[in-house]
Design a protein. Structure first.
Length: 149
């Protein structure tokens, strides 16, 4: 498999990894790190939840370092795939949905509106139980229905 195809595959697989991490780790045994994301202090610049971003960044960096020093040929593809997903996650989740930075404040995109709605439904639950919509890029079809013409 080419390096480019592997990078794309890792990026796509990261949606599943993020979904599983969100459902079983963040809403599971590491809820103490994720809680402040659901019960947010509006004045806080950083959340304990940001530790998950740091974890995936370190996994990406380690893979790239292993490749650079000749220990793992595919480390560059895995590292860049994770990095690309992390940047996408930051831009969509933190900037577009939660507006931690005011870059993309308005959208007429049906997909963008569906992502925001699914995430809003996820956040209506303040506790770790009864959650739904744990993914980011893959939005259930039912969240598009209000925006079809």
């Amino acid at each position: 498999m080419s390096y480019v195809l592997l990078t794309i595959a890792v990026f796509l697989l990261m949606e599943g990894a993020a979904w599983a991490t969100h459902k079983y780790v963040m809403h599971g045994f590491l809820w103490s790190w994720h809680r402040d994301h659901h019960q947010r202090d509006k004045n806080a610049i950083f959340e304990k939840n940001d530790r998950f971003f740091i974890f995936y960044a370190l996994v990406s960096i380690c893979n790239i370092a292993l490749w650079k020093y000749g220990y793992f040929d595919y480390g560059i593809s895995i590292g860049l795939g994770i990095f690309a997903y992390g940047m996408t996650y930051f831009l969509i989740h933190d900037v577009f949905i939660h507006r931690r930075l005011k870059w993309f404040s308005k959208t007429e995109s049906i997909y963008g509106k569906a992502i925001r709605k699914a995430h809003k439904v996820h956040h209506k639950h303040l506790g770790k139980e009864e959650g739904e919509c744990f993914g980011l890029l893959w939005v259930p079809v039912k969240y598009f229905k209000d925006y079809r013409s």
